[in-house]
Write a protein that binds this ligand. Structure first.
Ligand code: DGY
Length: 322
């Protein structure tokens, strides 16, 4: 008998075809994200689970899994999975890093460029019929990128790739990380290590690339925002919960900082009445950092490989925890 795989939403056709060759496959077709009670009942008799960042794979869900061997998440982030409990139950966890590094770094850089040059704001001005002058000397002036200091919070794969983009735009780059990278790598990337405090006070743009953990939860709050330059921008493509959104709204309203560019939010999706949507000095995108056709297809391929390995008792290609 074929082993059972449950998917909390659908994947690319080629990936489903591959899975169906080997397993009995069931795909959740109802409400997204899948309601917890349905997930609980489906996981009970599944050998493998393919999930997505909005699914909450918590202790309660994992407790109901009777024979689950592997969880393969279609994401680089795994903060939606209780890794400790999965480990206790000897459930392997696969994820999809590396292949989405470029796409996500591009999105961070895109938000940076858009925020400083007011691209989305300009688009709104035209669409609302508010373009009143042909050429006003001070109208819609943004900021140059050249010579500005980019502070990268978390210099992992995505942070390093963002640094390469920033270097090509002649920006100065500082970073803060738990661990300093080697001198050689610093030179190659053109980055300098700095303390968290200096990164906050001296950067013209801060881009967040740390995972959401208990230590990073709401690490960017009003105290930190007050320390930033009044002309500074905040970019976040990691996880929304790293920033205290209420405080960010206050900082943007009171012009404590110049602007922000966000791909991620405390609770997603945000609705059209969210306070962010009332502000002009923020660029919003709906968590699409890794969403290019090429990258999403590679993620599907890796998600399938990870689950096949796990079902066969091997470590997923990219594995966290057990
Ligand atoms: C990830 O892969 O974790 C991205 O944030 C979303 O898909």
């Amino acid at each position: 008998m074929k082993q059972k795989i449950f998917l909390t939403r659908t994947l690319h056709d080629f990936a489903l075809k591959e899975l169906k060759k080997k397993f009995q496959v069931e795909i959740h077709k109802g409400k997204i994200p899948i309601p917890q009670n349905i997930l609980k009942s489906k996981i009970k008799n599944s050998d493998g689970l393919i999930c997505f960042p909005y699914d909450k794979i918590n202790k309660e869900i994992l407790q109901s899994a009777e024979k689950l061997k592997v969880i393969s998440t279609y994401s680089v982030g795994y903060d939606h999975i209780d890794l400790d409990f999965a480990k206790k139950k000897k459930i392997r966890v696969g994820f999809t890093p590396e292949i989405l590094t470029d796409a996500t770094a591009d999105m961070a850089f895109g938000l940076l460029l858009d925020s400083l040059r007011r691209i989305s704001e300009g688009d709104r001005i035209i669409r609302k019929g508010k373009w009143k002058q042909i050429y006003g000397a001070y109208d819609y002036a943004g900021f140059d990128l050249q010579g500005k200091t980019l502070g990268i919070m978390g210099l992992g794969r995505i942070g390093k790739t963002l640094a390469k983009r920033a270097k090509a735009f002649d920006m100065k780059i500082v970073y803060h990380n738990r661990k300093k990278i080697s001198k050689e790598e610093e030179e190659k990337l053109g980055v300098k290590y700095t303390t968290f405090d200096k990164l906050i006070t001296q950067s013209d743009i801060i881009s967040i690339h740390v995972p959401h953990t208990t230590e990073t939860n709401q690490i960017i709050d009003i105290k930190i925002l007050k320390k930033m330059k009044k002309t500074a921008f905040l970019i976040n493509t990691s996880r929304g919960k790293v920033v205290n959104e209420k405080d960010l709204v206050t900082a943007l309203k009171q012009k404590m900082i110049a602007g922000a560019g966000l791909d991620v939010f405390e609770i997603e999706p945000i609705n059209k009445n969210h306070p962010f949507t009332k502000l002009e000095n923020i660029v919003l995108v709906p968590h699409i950092g890794s969403s290019t056709k090429e990258t999403r297809s590679k993620m599907a391929e890796l998600t399938v490989k990870n689950i096949i390995n796990g079902i066969n008792g091997k470590k997923p290609i990219y594995s966290v925890g057990y």
